[in-house]
Ligand binder design. Structure first.
Ligand code: 13P
Length: 395
């Protein structure tokens, strides 16, 4: 019988099941690992970034979801969160622009009001269900102002359960803050190693890891500084992914765009951001990765679409990976503002969500235009503040 693979997964031909005899001196595994199905992983990863589609992150933790609800006067209850997530996944035509949705532990277990499980609604819409599996960013000992993301304990079992429930990919977010003397090497390496260990466990479970190292926008730092740190973080992440034998063809990278800090006096143009972001990624992301799906990080929906569009207009034909999106706020925000917990607003909120998803699919093609924003549904009377507060805690 074949035993756990100790060979580098990167060296296996596509489509081959990793399975090799142990070498002399290999430690005896305590848990029998499953062979890695590279074909399934590469198929899922490619599908997630195919056909100009992208991901919709709807995996806000309960505290974050409640915080956003409180801002617009929605009750912070299980039922309100369920109704909101039902609104999102039943949006007519969502699958035209969205390839996968990222769920939260509470959400993946929920059903529509008529009893249909959310996972069935999502798959029936031609969308792949995914799940956030980290348990949040916690203070890193000895590193004031810095965080490390936790969630590795028991992860193998949780992944098995989520896979059984129908999830085909998973997400883990690490947060890197910029400031005086930070980020430290210790913070970058601790987060990179956790991301790599999570990614390896995902692939063992047959789920595509969405690897999310987020350099935060908060602060006075320049675009150049964000670029330097993002490059350092990505190099560290890919080094650890290599050490942990993660198959790059079966993962998605979810990075931040290279942006000036929110309080930096100099705010670069859309094209300058696109150039700096692509330059940084070309230096640090191996060509074997099938897709890069950006987080939005607190940018407005319009700006996130415009910057994604500029990257595809200027560089698409020359890039080894698909340049896509995995936005939460930049897709959901207008819909939440319109809905506000009001049943009569469900359809208008869904139109707003559909519109933002469409704009981002256009941005992938390089055909997004500010004129697309003029036929969107009417704005609410009191638009929600743009949420730029540091979201370093559990999302
Ligand atoms: P934002 O697009 O709102 O940054 O969220 C993406 C995400 O998934 C955060 O983990």
């Amino acid at each position: 019988m074949s035993t756990p693979s100790q060979v580098s997964r990167q060296t296996l031909p596509e489509g081959e099941i990793a399975s090799a005899k142990p070498r002399a001196g290999d430690p005896k595994p305590e848990v029998m690992q499953l062979p890695i199905n590279t074909q399934r992983l590469t198929d899922t990863a490619r599908t997630l970034v195919a056909a100009d589609k992208g991901l919709l992150a709807m995996d806000e933790s309960n505290p974050t979801c409640d915080k956003r609800f409180a801002k617009v006067g929605i009750p912070q209850t299980v039922e309100a969160r369920r109704a909101y997530r039902e609104l999102i996944i039943t949006t007519p035509g969502l699958g035209e622009s969205i390839s996968g949705v990222i769920l939260y532990d509470e959400t993946i277990r929920q059903q529509k009001k008529d009893g249909t499980p959310f996972v069935k609604v999502i798959t029936d819409a031609g969308i792949i269900p995914g799940i956030k599996v980290d348990t949040g960013a916690k203070c890193l000992a000895g590193h004031p102002g810095e965080k490390v993301t936790e969630g590795l304990d028991g992860l193998r079992d949780r992944l098995a359960e989520y896979s059984h429930m129908g999830a085909r990919f998973a997400k883990w977010r690490a947060v890197i803050a910029l400031g005086d003397g930070i980020p430290s090497r210790g913070c970058i390496e601790a987060n990179a190693q956790a991301l790599a260990r999570y990614a390896a466990l995902c692939q063992e479970a047959g789920m595509v890891p969405v690897v999310e190292p987020e350099v935060l926008m908060d602060g006075e730092h320049t675009l150049e500084r964000c670029g330097e740190v993002t490059e350092e973080v990505l190099r560290s992440v890919f080094n650890q992914l290599y050490v942990q034998r993660v198959m790059l063809g079966g993962m998605i990278l979810k990075p931040n765009m290279v942006l000036p800090g929110l309080s930096c006096p100099k705010q670069e143009t859309v094209d300058e951001v696109a150039d700096a972001t692509v330059r940084c990624l070309l230096r640090a992301v191996p060509a074997a990765v099938p897709g890069i799906a950006f987080l939005s990080g607190g940018q407005s929906g319009e700006l996130a679409s415009a910057r994604l569009n500029a990257m595809n207009v200027r560089f698409k034909s020359r890039l080894p990976w698909a340049v896509a999106f995995s936005f939460a706020r930049a897709i959901q925000r207008p819909a939440l503002e319109i809905w506000r917990g009001n049943e009569s607003q469900v359809s208008a909120a869904q139109q707003a969500l559909y519109h933002r998803a469409k704009c981002n699919a256009a941005a992938r093609r390089g055909t997004y235009d500010a004129a697309m924003e003029t036929d969107r549904p009417a704005s609410p009377e009191h638009p929600m503040e743009i949420e730029h507060a540091p979201e370093i805690h559990n999302r």
